[in-house]
Design a protein around this ligand. Structure first.
Ligand code: PLP
Length: 285
């Protein structure tokens, strides 16, 4: 495998950043994950728009031009012969003597780009079974709208879910509302057939997959309600599912000790999953 690190393509096993990189010291950095599907990188413009927003919010400069990032994305996917999988971009504030204050202007941000294959067959087999999720108290900082690498709360929530036999955690806030998953956005379909997801204005990351699903919902003329929903409402839902670049739409068949719907992947989630790539921007590599 090949990774891109600060201007060079290196063997993945040798790829490294300095121990005083601020990503390592302070989790002072941001990232993006794009799906690679059927030899295409999915929704590059939207991911780079969000990267730009995350960088701006943290006052980190682009490490190189946006078009250079696009070029390297394609190179890394191509050099690793990834036909289906993900490509990962990480930008940190750079290497500087450990000190909380931002470093001097001459410190360049670090950039790392890697790509990894995954099996579409395995993912589809999982989607045919559905996943279990477990609720977890929301304990993250209020700026979860920024896609930072500071993911320790997400790691702990997901690990707790895994230890109960689940694949994802659903954060529940002080009002009893589901915010989002540990690495996904959360959706339900009500008994009346309406799709519900939380507004992206607060408490969640504005998922690119979420945005694509919203486009699909509009195109298909499905009933949609953008509003917070409680864990109790989710227990009673006809369907539930999660969305992320790495999972697309993944049906949820169990939340905590409650079976959702008839305990099988729902038809709405399954159809959105099947149609997903018809609503995405695809860049051939
Ligand atoms: N919410 C969180 C906390 C995430 O980490 C992610 C993706 O990693 C998402 C939502 C989904 O975002 P996207 O659809 O852009 O992958």
């Amino acid at each position: 495998r090949i990774a891109y690190v600060n201007g060079q393509y290196v063997r993945h096993t040798d790829a490294a950043v300095h121990i005083e990189d601020r990503g390592y010291q302070f989790a002072d950095g941001v990232y993006e994950v794009c799906e690679v599907w059927n030899g295409n990188i999915v929704d590059v413009p939207r991911h780079l728009d969000r990267l730009d927003r995350s960088l701006t919010e943290l006052q980190i400069d682009w490490p190189m031009t946006r078009s250079a990032v696009e070029f390297v994305l394609r190179q890394v996917v191509r050099r690793n012969k990834v036909h289906d999988g993900i490509v990962y971009i990480q930008v940190t504030r750079g290497v500087a003597k450990r000190d909380h204050f931002f470093p001097a202007d001459d410190v360049a941000p670090s950039i790392v780009i890697t790509a990894r294959r995954s099996s579409p067959e395995a993912a589809n087999a999982q989607a045919e079974k559905g996943i279990s999720v477990f609720s977890y108290p929301e304990n993250r900082w209020p700026r979860v709208d920024i896609k930072t690498v500071a993911l320790l709360p997400n790691v702990l929530a997901k690990q707790a879910a895994k230890e109960k036999g689940g694949k994802e955690a659903w954060y529940v806030d002080a009002d009893g509302c589901v915010t989002e998953g540990g690495s996904t956005n959360a959706w339900i379909v009500t008994k009346a057939g309406a799709l519900v997801t939380r507004p992206a204005e607060n408490g969640i990351l504005r998922g690119i997959t979420r945005t694509v699903i919203l486009d699909l919902i509009e195109r298909e003329g499905l009933v949609f309600e953008e509003r917070p929903f409680t864990l109790e409402e989710a227990y009673e839902a006809k369907e539930a599912f999660v969305t992320a670049a790495s999972t697309i739409a993944m049906p949820v068949i169990r939340i905590d000790d409650r079976i959702i719907g008839n305990g099988h992947p729902g038809s709405v989630a399954t159809r959105l999953r099947e149609q997903f790539h018809t609503a995405t921007d695809l860049q051939a590599v």
